[in-house]
Every structure is written in structure tokens, then in C-alpha cells.
Design a protein around this ligand. Sequence first.
Ligand code: KG4
Length: 341
Amino acid sequence: MNSKNVTILGIESSCDDTSAAVIRDGLLLSNVIASQSVHQEYGGVVPELASRAHQQNIVPVVDAAIKRAGIDRNDLDAVAFTRGPGLLGSLLVGTSFAKGMSLGLRIPIIEVNHLHGHVLSHFVREAEDDRVPDFPYLTLLISGGNSQLVLVNNYNDMTIIGQTIDDAAGEAFDKCAKVMGLPYPGGPHIDRLAAEGNPKRFKFAKPRIPGLDYSFSGLKTSFLYTLRDNIKTDPDFIQRNLADLAASLQKTIIDILLDKLDKAVKQTHVKTVAIGGGVSANSGVRKAVEEYCRDHNLTAFIPKRSFTTDNAAMIAMAGYFKYLDREFCPYEAAPYARVTM
Ligand code: KG4
């Protein structure tokens, strides 16, 4: 079918960011994100508070996305929404809103798997000449809930070839940060502190898992034991060594990620590597993947930081590809909390 002038509204509400975006033929017209600060004092996302905040945010966020795009809502061809995985109460807000809009405007709805959204985020163009990946490519998808190696053969054909068997990379950052008394989420704090520290100062356990799967729970335990053993003789051990601990932890996580990435590249013979998800905002991860790709003559796709967090631009993008395949979804479609690809 003719793919010109297809305008998609994307809605993302899977966790604690309410976001709406408008994409026309793959070009981003707007991307509005309302983040929720209410969870900070609880040290993690509180599901009930998240869904209430989504309810408050969804109307102004969608309204702003349409206005900033400079379009009328009647210009929309379809509404794409995150159906899962995520927090059910949060997903319900975006899903219900998408259905309501679709009924009101008499346009189809398109369900999007949040993880597909992250993988396809590299196709969102902010300018006509922005480059996009060639198929097949490999995505290292690293967030608070996932650590996966995904082989992307096409927009609608992707296979998980490796994934964590326990904690996600983001959990390793967050849980280790928490035992050091850093605020939630700890990943960005570790990133900041690591810039000042010595990454070779401490050694932590690395997993020996066969194949392409990841594991981060052993690292977490090893980190905890290092703190526990040293605090016995030096009660101020953490404060005194904060930057070195952060740098050494970050380096270990990067080594683990890159080790399996390298295996996956050799196994799949891809020429392009992309990263995505919250942890892809990490300065060390970005630099390491860039260097790895340069050394191995691969093309790297490192997302802008604004596309590493949850955003509706990637949902609208994934929805656009489904629109081209006429893959619409029935109104009975309920959100799902868990899913693989
Ligand atoms: O994709 P995302 O926004 O949502 C979830 O899957 O939850 O990822 C959030 C995760 C958190 O674990 C957070 O600590 C981590 O991404 N993160 C970072 C950085 N920025 C966010 N981890 C390390 N360094 C960062 N700069």
C-alpha cells in the first residue's frame, strides 16, 4: 500500500512515564513525556501511584503531542499503544485511552510490544536524512526489567538469542546502588560517580554461563560481600570509596555485557549493532559499544539519551510498521504484564 502521509499517534504508559508522540511516515513530529517523581521517596515504582498519575497525565500529554506536532487529531490514521509488558494498572490507562480515541475518531488501534518499541526506536527519524539500521542487526536491549540480545531480521521478525536468567543489568545497577545508600534509580548515580573513580580498584565476580545468556545475580552478591567484609574493619568504607566502587561495578557490568555481545556478533555475522533501553543511557556502556564496533568494523547505533527511557516515539514507530502491514487489533485486547518477544 501507499505509505505516504501515514500519521500515527503513539501512547506509552507501561511503567512510570506517560508519553505520547506523533510520527508521520517515520518522521518524528512530537514526543511528549511526563515522568512521575512521586515514586522517589519509596525507593521504587509504586504501581497504584503510577496508574493514578497516568490518569492525571494522559489527557494533557496527548493534547500536547498533537499540538506540538502541528496537526489536527482528525489527521491521525491510527493510534498505537503499548499493550505490554509492564505494570497492569499503568498499561490499562494507555490501552483504554487509545481505545477511546480510536472509537471517537473512527480509526484503528495498533498494539505494540514495549520491547519491540525499544528495538525499533532506531528507525525514528528527527530529520529526513537521519540514518537507520540495515537488516539484519543485533540489539543489546538493557533496562530495569530486561537484558536481551535480539537478532532483528526485519521490522516484524526478531528473535531473542540471549537473555538474563536472573536479574537485569539495570537491576544490578539499582540494587548495588541501593546497598551503597544511593537514591532510586541508582543507575544514573553510579554512572555519575564512576566518571571520577578507578574501574580497576575492585574485582567482582563475573558469571560463567554458557551460550548467549546473561546473569547478574552473582555480581550483586559479590558486590554486597565486598562491602560487608570491608565495613567490618572500616565503617566508612563505602563513603571513602564511593567513586571507585561505582567505577569498578560499572566496568564489571560492561565486561559482562560486551562478552556476550561479542559472542553474538561472531555467531550471527551481523554488520550492525544497536543498543536500547534505560541502561543504554550509561556513558560507559555507550563508549564501550562504540569502541567495540569501531574495532570490529561494525556500524553502531547508539540512541539519543531521550530515546533510552520509555517514550511514545518508539511505540508510534513500531505502530507505523504494523500499520503498513494492516496489523490492527481488536477492542477486546487487554494489557499483559509479562511477555517474551
Ligand atoms: O528502560 P527503563 O527506563 O525501564 C525499565 O525497564 O524499568 O530502564 C530503567 C533502568 C533503571 O534500572 C535505571 O537505573 C537504568 O535504566 N539507567 C541507568 C542509567 N540511566 C538509567 N543505568 C546506568 N546508567 C545510567 N546512566
